[in-house]
Design a protein around this ligand. Structure first.
Ligand SMILES: [Zn+2]
Length: 289
């Protein structure tokens, strides 16, 4: 199969193939409802002591750096709506500062979208109507999404070095995912609740609770992510992601389905609601530090 240079470029930027040591990947997800989520991992063998990261936006064409903010975590939200608006496009770079004062830079990562002005205006109108729908239906709600890690440093507590697999599904460091930390910190997702349903399923054909939500906030989501409902602290695993409205193949409204996790699941040992209250977990930087 042959691909054009431009296509290769997009694939490489998205998958992080070209990230310099010690970065494993840097990924960008645009939030239709505003802003972008930037998240990254370091290579497993990097063995560096992380002090903090700085994240910058790089404007395409000028190369000008716009400081987004610092974080000691591996995820940051830029709530400036650069996508789905007429603001200049560009990408993000992450700088790692180690405890011994060394700095390492990632390459620029972006997720290009080939929309014209009409598409942006159309998207803006869809988003506005969606939000009205959530508000006026009385079903507007907020959930928290924990994006599962699929890379980065492996868990030192439970991963067997010869097989590379987690030996303890109840591990409180990686929650059985085998990657250090298990999940990225909770991210707020606003949407319209479609409802709860009970159906038979699972090993013993027991009754399983499922729920569904409609949202403009969720490009970040993937299967096996965890959803937390703040009213009840119930935790669901994402089992369905349906793009409901797309423009030129880029989804802007999603339907998500979650399936309840058993109370014995290790994720219930993490006090997620407390983390959310300790604002540091959901601080959204607006460029003012
Ligand atoms: Zn572990």
């Amino acid at each position: 199969m042959t691909t054009t240079t431009a296509e290769n470029e997009i694939v490489e930027l998205k998958s992080g193939i070209r990230q310099p040591w010690p970065f494993d990947y840097v990924r960008i997800d645009r939030r239709t409802g505003g802003g972008s989520i930037i998240y990254w991992e370091l290579l497993n063998n990097a063995k560096l002591s992380v002090n903090y990261f700085d994240v910058y936006f790089v404007e395409r064409g000028t190369g000008e750096l716009d400081y987004i903010g610092p974080t000691a975590d591996f995820l940051l939200i830029d709530n400036q709506q650069r996508s789905f608006s007429l603001l200049k496009e560009g990408g993000y770079v992450v700088k790692l500062m180690t405890s011994d004062g060394k700095e390492y830079w990632s390459n620029i990562s972006s997720t290009p979208v080939t929309w014209n002005e009409r598409d942006y205006i159309y998207a803006g109108e869809i988003i506005r109507r969606e939000r009205q729908l959530y508000e006026y239906s009385g079903r507007g709600t907020t959930i928290y999404l924990l994006h599962r890690k699929w890379g980065g440093a492996v868990c030192e507590n439970c991963v067997d070095l010869s097989s590379g697999e987690s030996t303890n599904p109840l591990c409180k460091n990686c929650y059985g995912t085998k990657y250090d930390g298990g999940y990225y910190r909770p991210v707020e997702v606003k949407g319209g609740l479609l409802g709860f349903e009970k159906k038979l399923g699972g090993d013993a054909d027991q009754e399983l609770e499922t729920f569904s939500i409609r949202t403009v906030d969720a490009p970040f989501v993937s299967h096996y992510d965890i959803i937390v409902l703040p009213e009840t602290d119930k935790r669901f695993e994402v089992v369905g992601i349906n793009p409901l409205v797309s423009i030129k193949g880029h989804p802007i409204v999603y339907g998500l389905q979650g399936q309840i996790l058993k109370e014995s699941h290790v994720i219930y040992t993490q006090d997620i609601l407390e983390e959310i209250e300790l604002e540091e977990y959901i601080v959204i930087y607006d460029g003012n530090v």
